[in-house]
Design a protein around this ligand. Structure first.
Ligand SMILES: *[C@@H]1O[C@H](CO)[C@@H](O)[C@H](O)[C@H]1NC(C)=O
Ligand SMILES: *[C@@H]1O[C@H](CO)[C@@H](O)[C@H](O)[C@H]1NC(C)=O
Ligand SMILES: *[C@@H]1O[C@H](CO)[C@@H](O)[C@H](O)[C@H]1NC(C)=O
Ligand SMILES: *[C@@H]1O[C@H](CO)[C@@H](O)[C@H](O)[C@H]1NC(C)=O
Ligand SMILES: *[C@@H]1O[C@H](CO)[C@@H](O)[C@H](O)[C@H]1NC(C)=O
Ligand SMILES: *[C@@H]1O[C@H](CO)[C@@H](O)[C@H](O)[C@H]1NC(C)=O
Length: 649
């Protein structure tokens, strides 16, 4: 009895010992992770992992010396299909190498790949993976090789790739990556390929060292090893700095040659020597004028401004370049210089009466709007004074001016970029099918916030906007409005450029070409009418020739057809006629022909705020908020859609 119990104990002890050994020589947790992975991933049965044997003996699996963890997993071309399930491979915490290339894996890379903290090599090429660049991978800071090529990834290549400081190879070719290339700059990067994607914009300096075949087959990449980008503007400020020393050296060389000549001719009598010296001096005087622009000057500068800038700026060049810097206003979060701006990839946003606007994406990812002014009529001093005034305007409903640049040939303004676009695009873009109409509450919100921005300009800034129009009302993502492009008239000599969009101009401005606070109010009134009618003031579609939006509205209202003026898109909202009529009355006051009869903008704002107040009080706001709620039985059905004061002929 005692013996058997002892032997029983021994067996138990032995088996425990063996079990312990087995646990020790088998990566139990990793094995389970692998089994979970393989059971959830369809594959072509080539693997035959034997669950009774140690995972370290499986095809494609390698363990560390202790056999306690899987450190390498290579499963190339074994017919894996479908998505990688989360909570499988992500549990292989000690993994150094993972290769799943040449399978038919699809979907997104699981987020828990971010836990593979020790991963050095990741090969996922030649699969069907999709989605954005996997954010989980930018946390694997020990990665050395990352190959995502020949997949179906889309979206932008994130700037956070720079997190991977040990990267020596990055392969992203043959995917659907789009947008511009960030300046990826791991110091040890030796292999890089983004060919055959949909990238555009300029190749950042940091990547320019790679060959053209690293970038081929994209939408529109330029710079670096590819064709030079069309610079969207050309600054002469960059050329004089390089001009001066080189010109100086040339004339020095010449005089050295002359001295040698003199030395060789030592035997020649003093008279002849003097003669030669006189000749040399004359020659030297002529030289600087004949000097050509040096080869080292930036290409664009030489080709486009070469002659004008190299002539007169030679002496004052350095000082000039110092002075012509981008001037920032404080409070802005930006940190870039003119050269960054010149390198930015840019896209034309619009050509207006005062110049062309570009959306510029700087290498570090900042997006700004650069406005390139044409026909500036004032000198630098006056220009700077006006910009100082504009730079002080800080209001949530005004687009802040961040910086400006003035040189003889270029006048640039830098503004914040407003991604939601302009009121003009929102109101008139893609009318008809597939369009989400701009609802009444948002139109009111835009009117009110734009009014507040303008009132701030007039009252606090004492600045006339001078160019109120729907395309200068920019929107934030919450549809709050910001007024843009204000206060620029003074730099055009105080008068409005003649090619301004008609339709918003007050009658007196058409004659005098002088803008005032009252003419701003007129333009704002036209803007309100535009919001109410959905009609663009500058389109000549108001029946007779010479009839503008205010006159058209007046004629319709006079005939007692008030309901006819409102945008058909607004007819689907209920209980808003009262408000629409009130706003219409305000707008009509603003567009009075006589300037003195127009209310001040702060009065206009107060009247608009009053509309809102009565309307919130009567509790009907919810039903007019959302057209889809009209059918829930609580709100009265369609009858109230027909405005009460209609007298349709
Ligand atoms: C699985 O491994 C066990 C233990 O090593 C072995 O006895 C068995 O034959 C293996 N099965 C297959 C199908 O290879
Ligand atoms: C073996 O395992 C022990 C503890 O589990 C660990 O401290 C040691 O670093 C491991 N050795 C190797 C070579 O992995
Ligand atoms: C960069 O790496 C750190 C860890 O080193 C991580 O915390 C951070 O989230 C990473 N950033 C991005 C954008 O992935
Ligand atoms: C790649 O993605 C696009 C868009 O998501 C899809 O239309 C296309 O079928 C995908 N291609 C493959 C081979 O999965
Ligand atoms: C690059 O392409 C994107 C999307 O196709 C587009 O929005 C952007 O304007 C383009 N940028 C440039 C610089 O062409
Ligand atoms: C980049 O990838 C493309 C497509 O596979 C290839 O043709 C090209 O040679 C590669 N370039 C480099 C520099 O590896």
């Amino acid at each position: 009895m005692a013996l058997s119990s002892i032997s029983g104990f021994f067996v138990l002890f032995l088996s425990l010992f063996l079990l312990g050994r087995q646990v020790y020589s088998e990566p139990t947790q990793d094995k389970q992770a692998l089994l979970d992975f393989i059971s959830r991933t369809p594959h072509a049965n080539r693997l035959q992992w034997n669950s009774s044997a140690s995972a370290c003996s499986w095809v494609g699996v390698e363990c560390d010396a202790n056999q306690s963890h899987v450190v390498i997993l290579r499963l190339p071309g074994v017919g894996l299909m479908g998505q990688i399930s989360p909570n499988t491979l992500g549990r292989l915490s000690q993994l150094r190498v993972l290769s799943l290339r040449s399978n038919r894996l699809s979907g997104e890379i699981p987020a828990d790949f971010s836990q593979l903290k020790l991963l050095r090599n990741l090969y996922l090429q030649h699969n069907l993976f999709s989605g954005e660049f996997p954010a989980s991978l930018t946390q694997l800071t020990r990665l050395v090789r990352l190959d995502l090529s020949f997949n179906n990834f889309t979206g932008k290549i994130p700037f956070s790739v720079n997190n991977l400081t040990h990267l020596s190879g990055l392969f992203l070719e043959n995917n659907g990556f789009a947008g511009s290339l960030p300046s990826i700059n791991p110091s040890g990067l030796v292999d890089f390929n983004v060919s055959n994607n949909n990238l555009n914009g300029s190749i950042p300096e940091t990547l320019a060292k790679f060959p053209a075949s690293s970038f081929s087959g994209n939408l529109n990449l330029c710079g670096g090893p590819l064709n030079a980008c069309n610079p969207f503007f050309v600054s002469p400020a960059l050329s004089p700095t390089s001009n001066v020393p080189i010109v100086g050296k040339r004339s020095k060389k010449l005089s050295t040659a002359a001295i040698i000549a003199i030395a060789v001719g030592a035997g020649i009598i003093l008279f002849l020597l003097l003669l030669i010296l006189v000749l040399c001096l004359r020659k030297r005087q002529r030289r600087p004028n004949a000097a050509k622009p040096p080869k080292s000057a930036p290409r664009s500068v030489v080709t486009e401004v070469g002659t004008s800038s190299s002539k007169d700026d030679v002496a004052g060049g350095v000082a000039e370049a110092e002075r012509n810097k981008l001037v920032f206003f404080d409070g802005g979060a930006y940190n870039f210089d003119l050269e960054d701006l010149l390198r930015a990839s840019a896209e034309v946003l619009g050509k207006g009466s005062v110049g062309t606007s570009y959306k510029a994406v700087l290498e570090e990812g900042t997006t700004v709007v650069v406005k390139r002014l044409k026909d500036v009529a004032v000198q630098k001093k006056e220009f700077e004074m006006q910009m100082e005034l504009l730079g002080k305007i800080k209001h949530e409903n005004a687009v802040p001016l961040r910086a400006f640049y003035y040189s003889k040939d270029e006048k640039l303004l830098v503004y914040d970029y407003m991604p939601a676009g302009s009121l003009s695009a929102l109101l008139h873009g893609s009318r008809g099918s597939g369009r989400t109409p701009l609802d009444w509450d948002n139109r009111m919100k835009i009117a009110l916030s734009a009014g507040r921005g303008l009132a701030h300009l007039h009252v606090s800034g004492k600045i006339v906007h001078g160019n109120i129009k729907a395309s200068n009302i920019l929107l934030r993502s919450d549809l709050g409005a910001c007024i843009a492009d204000f206060g620029l008239n003074p730099v055009f000599g105080g008068s409005t450029p003649p090619n301004r969009v008609a339709g918003y101009r007050a009658p007196e401005v058409v004659e005098t070409r002088k803008v005032t606070f009252k003419s701003d109010v007129y333009s704002f009134g036209v803007l309100l009418l535009e919001l109410l009618t959905g009609k663009a003031p500058n389109q000549a579609s108001f029946g007779e020739e010479g009839i503008d939006l205010p006159r058209w509205v007046q004629s319709v209202v006079r005939e007692e057809w008030t309901a006819e003026v409102f945008d058909v898109e607004l007819t689907r909202y209920q209980n808003i006629e009262e408000e629409m009529v009130q706003l219409l009355q305000i707008a009509m006051a603003c567009v009075s022909t006589v300037p003195d009869q127009r209310p001040d903008i702060q009065v206009v704002v107060r009247m608009m705020e009053d509309i809102n107040r009565t309307e919130t009080d009567d509790g009907l706001r919810q039903s007019s908020d959302d057209p889809s709620k009209g059918s829930d039985g609580q709100t009265p059905p369609t009858e109230s859609r027909t405005p009460p004061d209609v007298a349709t002929p």
